[in-house]
Design a protein around this ligand. Structure first.
Ligand code: 1HE
Length: 262
């Protein structure tokens, strides 16, 4: 049997999802997207947080260019019916699903690899990480949600520069542009991502859901509609768990916030 294109492991309440096509630098083809979809849905069922990482020396080289060529030359037939782009579907399952995702990034994080990374909610990059959007050099355009997601993370100016000049950002530049929020020495991104995932898993599941689903939607609303949606959600945040957690603080038994420093 051939190796899976995606590895999956449940470590306590954290799912570890690994891109596993290192000989092709974890380039994303249709079978890999299908396996990623299955892993994400499984994590939704049984984990409270998931970590996304790449096996081998890179996170992900983006779109499988050989498959893209086969499609462009008609060797892969287009589907008879129009349907939602499979990357949009799967990346949205990550970005707007029931659980937060932490991405551990190293080596090349380019094109669709960066689109996938920005579907995650917290991103860690090690010292080897390089972020880029080489679509211009390949004669194609971003298609995995990057115009929406990457543009919101780094802003139009940075994204346009990355796309027009093909410039790669290193870890320090990625940190400055908010592509990542944490950097580590080489080889340590996954350990840091796991540590953050364990910490995130200690939050209320309900609040985590609101953070990843309500916050980005409010970002897209007007001031007035945003405050309205905030009120609907904050009024709803009073499950028995909230009462227990509030009581824990009032009784002086809650963990000190200072323990959460990066
Ligand atoms: C690939 C791919 C790929 C590597 N599709 N096969 N993405 C890109 O434009 C990035 C293309 N890749 C690279 O620039 C480099 O491979 C890397 C910088 C990522 C890594 O370099 P290196 O020297 O470690 O590896 P390599 O020798 O270039 O590649 C090793 C093998 O992986 C080789 O195959 P082999 O059979 O000859 O060993 C490569 O062909 C293969 N490989 N990357 C297919 N991307 C929905 S829109 C999204 C738009 C995009 O993502 S555009 C960006 C596409």
């Amino acid at each position: 049997m051939s190796e899976p294109l995606i590895t999956y492991e449940l470590d306590g309440n954290v799912a570890l999802i690994g891109l596993n096509r290192p000989d092709k630098r974890n380039a994303i083809n249709d079978p890999l997207i299908d396996e990623l979809r299955a892993a994400v849905l499984r994590a939704h069922e049984e984990a409270d947080v998931a970590v996304l990482f790449g096996h081998g020396s890179n996170f992900c080289a983006g779109l499988d260019l050989a498959e893209a060529l086969a499609r462009a030359t008609g060797q892969i037939k287009p589907q008879r019916k129009r349907r939602r782009h499979n990357w949009h579907e799967v990346f949205d399952l990550i970005a707007r699903g029931p659980i937060p995702f932490v991405a551990a990034l190293h080596g090349a994080v380019v094109g669709g690899g960066l689109e996938l990374a920005t579907a995650a909610h917290v991103r860690v990059g090690d010292a080897t990480a390089l972020f880029g959007l080489p679509e211009g050099q390949r004669g194609i355009f971003v298609g995995g949600g990057g115009t929406v997601r990457i543009q919101r993370v780094v802003g139009t100016t940075v994204m346009m520069d990355m796309m027009l000049t093909g410039r790669l950002l290193n870890a320090a530049e990625g940190l400055q542009a908010d592509v990542i929020r944490y950097t580590t020495p080489a080889g340590e991104a996954l350990a840091k991502a796991k540590e953050l995932a364990v910490r995130i898993a200690q939050n209320s599941i309900d609040t985590n859901w609101m953070i990843i689903n309500v916050l980005p939607r409010i970002h897209d609303l007007s001031h007035d509609d945003g405050l309205f949606v905030e009120q609907l959600n904050s009024a709803r945040a009073r499950p028995p768990e909230a009462e227990a957690r509030l009581r824990e603080f009032v009784d002086g038994k809650a963990k000190k916030l200072q323990e959460n420093q990066a």
